[in-house]
Design a protein around this ligand. Structure first.
Ligand SMILES: [Zn+2]
Length: 389
């Protein structure tokens, strides 16, 4: 009985030991398995700075420092960085156990670039004339958002002066671009004043002659004046040389013909628009500065008055011909003046034109003839011939 009891006790101990061993074995296996699994677990290390400028070229694997226990199987792909904000990137990675895992990470898309402004650095207007300072100004930015431009600085269209102003463009990320420009407000030109309806202004020249400008047309001592200082409106149109000019011209030509000279009209009345075409054509050949020495700007040509004309060969080959010589000493008898005499460029604004004559009537013409030493209209009246624009 006692022995049996002993055996029973012994069996119970054995059972406990076996169970303990089994539990311990599972525990070891469990821990070992866990440790093993853990050591083979997929680990992805990312680059810490994942801030990208908008529209930069970035690839989906650019921010992976290294991968432990796995291989990226996603193809290398461009990431769309056109929108500011957080951007999710998903990569497929094959882990140690040949299973495919999805790995997700974020990058920050920001805009650090200021917009750029396409503008003109100098604008100009006449006092009292408002212009749109934003006209033609274009802004572009690396983000495709609409960006407004504002103007910084003070200006006044009614006050003559130079204003230093800025175009300011700001994008939604707070990047600011500033560009300096100048607004020039200039004094109203005399011409603009003269053109205004029924305006009349009186003046006295430096030599004491009384003159006036009415509706853009200037008379001094009753003589219509057109030169570089004094213009006539584009609407001034006689269509032909005036009848008085023509009859005196014809008489002059006939008298010359009787002496065996051949003088003929080569250019008479020219409209504003014709002069514009001629002048612009010269400018395209010679440039404005040179063209201004021999061709009048539209509105500044005596040919538009119907009181002036050119004869024969309209260039320097006419100088010294019997016809030119005869005209220069006889034209005044018919009321004409040699309008642009030799050596008087600083007075008339034009080089010597042996072929260009202007009707002023015999009284004034004889004074200007001055026994062969031609006095210019400008010198006689005491006026200038200079463009003021
Ligand atoms: Zn001419």
């Amino acid at each position: 009985m006692k022995e049996i009891n002993y055996k029973k006790v012994n069996n119970k101990k054995k059972k406990i030991i076996i169970v303990s061993i089994i539990i311990f074995a599972f525990l070891i296996l469990g821990i070992g398995g866990y440790l093993f699994y853990n050591s083979k677990k997929l680990k992805v290390n990312l680059v810490s700075d994942r801030v990208v400028n908008i529209n930069d070229e970035v690839y989906n694997n650019d921010y992976i420092k290294n991968v432990k226990n796995g291989t990226i199987i996603s193809d290398k792909e461009n990431v769309d960085t056109s929108i500011i904000g957080k951007k999710k990137i998903v990569l497929k990675i094959k882990n140690y156990f040949n299973n495919i895992e999805k790995f997700t990470y974020d990058i920050d898309i920001v805009d650090r670039e200021e917009p750029s402004i396409d503008y003109r650095d100098r604008l100009s207007t006449t006092e009292g004339v408002e212009i749109d300072l934003l006209d033609g100004v274009k802004v572009s930015d690396n983000s495709n958002e609409e960006i407004d431009v504002t103007i910084e600085g003070e200006y006044d269209f009614n006050n003559v002066g130079e204003y230093e102003l800025y175009y300011v463009a700001k994008d939604s990320s707070g990047n600011i671009k500033k560009e300096k420009f100048i607004l020039e407000v200039t004094k109203k030109k005399e011409i603009a004043k003269n053109i205004s309806n029924d305006s009349i202004s009186y003046f006295t020249t430096s030599k004491g002659f009384k003159g006036y400008t009415k509706n853009g047309i200037t008379y001094i001592d009753g003589v219509l004046i057109v030169n570089k200082t004094y213009s006539i409106p584009s609407t001034y149109y006689t269509g032909d040389i005036t009848s008085e000019t023509r009859s005196n011209m014809n008489k002059m030509f006939a008298d010359a013909k009787a002496l065996g000279l051949n003088i003929y009209l080569s250019s008479g009345f020219r409209s504003y628009n014709t002069q514009k075409i001629i002048y612009n054509n010269y400018v395209s050949y010679d440039g404005k500065e040179v063209a201004d020495t021999y061709s009048a700007r539209p509105g500044h040509s005596e040919h538009q008055t119907g009181l002036a004309f050119d004869v024969n060969q309209v260039d320097d080959t006419f100088i010294g011909t019997p016809e030119a010589n005869w005209l220069s000493v006889n034209c005044w008898k018919y009321g004409f003046i040699l309008r642009y005499p030799n050596g008087k460029t600083n007075e008339t604004g034009y080089k010597y034109e042996s072929w260009h004559f202007r009707y002023v009537g015999t009284e004034l013409a004889s004074k200007l003839y001055n026994n062969g030493d031609w006095i210019t209209l400008e010198n006689y009246f005491g006026i200038t011939s200079q463009y003021n624009y």
